[in-house]
Design a protein around this ligand. Sequence first.
Ligand code: SF4
Ligand code: SF4
Length: 154
Amino acid sequence: MSTTEIFEARTPIAREDLKADENLCEYCTAKCCRYYAFPIDTPKKWKDFDYMRWYLLHGKAAIFVDEGTWYIMVYADCKHLLPNNGCGTYETRPQICREYTTKDCEYDNDSGYDQLFESPEQIEEYAEAMLPLKKRSPWSRERAMGLNLPVISG
Ligand code: SF4
Ligand code: SF4
C-alpha cells in the first residue's frame, strides 16, 4: 500500500526492469488496496475448520497461512481507491498503508502464501487429511466407516 500520488496505471513490467527513479505501484492495479486480512487462531479441531468453511461459504474471502500464522482475507476494494488505482486519501491514509512496501508485495505474485484456501471444499479436504478419524466431521467419519451407503428398499 505504498501508492504515492494519483497516477495512471501502466502496462505491468517485471520488477527487475523497474528504473531507479520509478515506483512499482505505478505499474500495478493496486492489488493491496482490494482486500483486508487479519490473523485467526490456528485450527486444531473440526469445529475450527467448520468455522472456516462458514467464512468461505459467504464468498469474496479466502484463508491463507503465512509463516505459520493463519489469516482470513476479505476481498473488498477500499472506499478511497480511485478509478486510476491511486489513493484518494493519501495524506490521511491509515498507518498500515504507510508501512506497507513493495518489497514483498503481491504485485507479481497472486499467492506468496504457504497455503491458500479459496473454497469450503478445500478446507474440508485439508481437515480430512490433517485430523484423525475420530476428530473429523460427522459425515466424514460416516463416509470412512461406510455408514452412508444408499438405502435400497423393496
Ligand atoms: S501491490 Fe505492491 S505494487 Fe501494487 S500498489 Fe500495492 S505495494 Fe504497490
Ligand atoms: S487508504 Fe485505501 S486506497 Fe489509500 S493506500 Fe490505503 S487501502 Fe489503498
